[in-house]
Design a protein around this ligand. Sequence first.
Ligand code: ATP
Ligand code: MG
Length: 271
Amino acid sequence: MTTSHAIEIAGLTKSYGDQVVLRGVDLAVPRGTVLALLGSNGAGKTTVVRILSTLLRADGGSATVDGFDVAAEAARVRESISLTGQFAAVDEILTGRENLVLVAQLRRLEHPQRIADELLERFALSDAAGRRTATYSGGMRRRLDIAMSLIGDPPVLFLDEPTTGLDPQSRNEVWQTVRELAGHGTTVLLTTQYLEEAEQLADRIAILHEGRIIAEGTLAELRQLFPPTVVEYVEKQPTLEEVFLAIVGHDDAGHTAARNAEHAVTQGEPR
Ligand SMILES: Nc1ncnc2c1ncn2[C@@H]1O[C@H](COP(=O)(O)OP(=O)(O)OP(=O)(O)O)[C@@H](O)[C@H]1O
Ligand SMILES: [Mg+2]
């Protein structure tokens, strides 16, 4: 089957007992694009992701991923996807390298050590590679989790709240990774609570509300739904995030900025 869409969902329904969560979700994600699925807590984002990744059966409707039906061809779907869940799935007993080698072996790939080393390097985890992941920070775990999900180059990637709980620097690193993946043709469906994340990363944005997709389109298209912008002149203050990143920095220059800031504070202290 050939389709220009990596993911196609039509009339998807799902209830948990009496609680109806999905009331007929329709969505199509073009190949090689990033779609951000937005929705409040409990809207059903994780439920959609779990159905698409064959972990959960829908009650009604249909969904295909990479051309395969999630219900009838679940095994084929699983070969085409990888999932980074809302809660990091790294094994804490193992080291970072061991986690990666394990996944490469499970996927029956050749040279698992080499694959692990390349990913450790790419995700700036080489120095921590030999440490148990129990000692990793939240950001390091997230990066390792995403690295694990890239093993085998699946064409479709699901990221369920990939940056929740990360500091701005780690979040930027994850964003950069997603951009690189999309640049290489991977289709990404990510859920997020952060509207800025959707603005930064997504080619298209879909809003799940009360069981349905109530809006879908590019950011520009969604902006059209609102009344025309009123032009106002305001003095632009930096956002707290801009201040934070300027002080903490993302690179060597930034580290200097951090030290200078620390120095200034120390100098200012009364003796
Ligand atoms: N296994 C389950 N059994 C019963 N109810 C569930 C189950 N999983 C999810 N729900 C309920 O279904 C609704 C949708 O949950 P879901 O996790 O899909 O939402 P979400 O949009 O991912 O929310 P969040 O932003 O908090 O992650 C919630 O009300 C949740 O309590
Ligand atoms: Mg969720």
